[in-house]
Design a binder for this molecule. Structure first.
Ligand code: SAM
Length: 373
């Protein structure tokens, strides 16, 4: 961190994010002189080895640089205003700027697509940079997974199928990865992003909207919001935003990365199953966002039913499971709905087929959905 040599550098925010980033050794901040935080319970204590000070003490320290470890909303201008009001001309930067350095230097050595996908998953697990701005229902790990797939895996042999984008959080992750994928720089409309835009208020998301996103639950069409978020990304040319019911929309001929966060009904799930004919054997990856999740059992049943055709690569801590297509699936196999073919006992076996690869915590979640078969 030569940039900071001989400077008085402090951190803003004794945050969980900071704690995680330091424990994962995402970067070294040992040159920092302390942390400012408004929390009375933290002031005067140690946090990650640093003394925590009240912002009221800032003039006595007169920092040259403050690294903000408060993420998820733009606090930089507020800190700047605060320091100016104290007569200080402190440089304020976001901790994300430091983390980006790490994102640019992945240590990904690939043997084959399967190994590549495995490395991408563990790479996503180790990342703490929050470079994503659009409100989203995904965890940071899931966003890093999508980012890394677009950046390190995608070859443009098929499209990126991004289904159920809500405000576009997943699309942002794909796009940001794609923009760093040097071989794809001049290509357009690689991401096919689907959103219906209506059913949020029936979708048990009130708590999420109020607590996590700070937005009132929406009753009406929200695709205008999605559209304006996608526009803020500044690369609309790379996105094919398809508004409407995915059951009635057009699909790409070839799909290389298929992110499914849309299988909220058995009908949609079955339609998506039929689209697996468009996947590329030996390469295409399907990310089932609702896999490690206590509802929607038919998603797990579909993947168990197709176990001979897919390889289970792994799962993020919450929700997403990653599969690679090993060999082509005959259309007649995809045209069967496992619910029409198997007994309840068999369906339960298919539902739990991949549990052997999951952690105890994850299995607990998956088991909840077994009760709904
Ligand atoms: C869990 S949210 C997606 C979250 C999103 N992937 C993110 O990154 O935040 C699921 C989305 O799927 C959409 N959806 C559900 N059924 C759909 C359908 N039949 N056609 C298109 N979109 C649909 C919903 O409107 C909802 O926004």
């Amino acid at each position: 961190m030569n940039k900071f040599r001989n400077k008085k550098v402090f951190i803003w925010g004794a945050s969980k994010f900071l704690e995680d980033a330091l424990s994962k050794k995402t970067f070294n901040l040992s040159f920092c002189k302390g942390i400012f935080d408004n929390d009375k319970n933290k002031i005067g204590q140690k946090f990650c080895g640093f003394n925590v000070y009240s912002p009221d003490e800032i003039t006595s320290f007169a920092p040259d640089v403050i690294i903000s470890a408060v993420v998820n909303y733009d606090i930089i201008s507020e800190i700047k205003k605060f320091t100016l009001s104290k007569g200080l001309d402190t440089e304020i930067i976001s901790i994300n700027e430091l983390v980006k350095i790490r994102l640019d230097k992945p240590n990904l050595h690939f043997k084959n697509n399967r190994e590549k996908l495995k490395e991408i998953l563990s790479f996503a697990k180790s990342q703490t940079a929050n470079i994503f701005k659009i409100p989203s229902m995904l965890t940071l790990e899931e966003k890093h997974l999508l980012y890394s797939l677009a950046r390190y895996y995608y070859t443009d042999e098929g499209k990126i199928f991004d289904a159920g984008i809500f405000f576009g959080g997943c699309t942002e992750a794909f796009l940001k990865g794609l923009l760093e994928n040097k071989k794809q720089a001049d290509k357009t409309k690689q991401i096919w992003a689907y959103e219906y835009g209506y059913q949020v208020d029936t979708y048990k998301n009130h708590r999420l909207f109020n607590n996590s996103l700070g937005i009132k639950p929406l009753k009406n069409d929200f695709t205008n919001i999605t559209f304006s978020y996608l526009n803020t990304l500044g690369h609309y040319d790379k996105i094919n935003f398809i508004q409407g019911d995915i059951l009635k929309m057009q699909y790409p001929d070839k799909i290389e990365i298929m992110f499914l966060d849309v299988c909220k009904t058995p009908e949609v799930n079955f339609r998506m199953q039929q689209l697996f004919t468009r996947l590329i054997p030996g390469k295409s990856v399907v990310v089932q966002q609702d896999y490690v999740y206590g509802e929607l059992p038919y998603i797990k049943i579909t993947m168990g039913y197709l176990k001979d055709y897919f390889e289970f690569i792994g799962a993020t801590e919450w929700n997403s499971a990653v599969f690679m297509l090993k060999k082509p699936i005959p259309p007649e196999v995809l045209n069967i709905n496992p619910y029409d073919k198997y007994s309840k006992k068999e369906l339960i076996e298919l539902h739990n087929y991949y549990n052997k690869y999951l952690t105890e915590e994850q299995i607990k979640k998956v088991k909840e959905s077994e009760l709904l078969i």
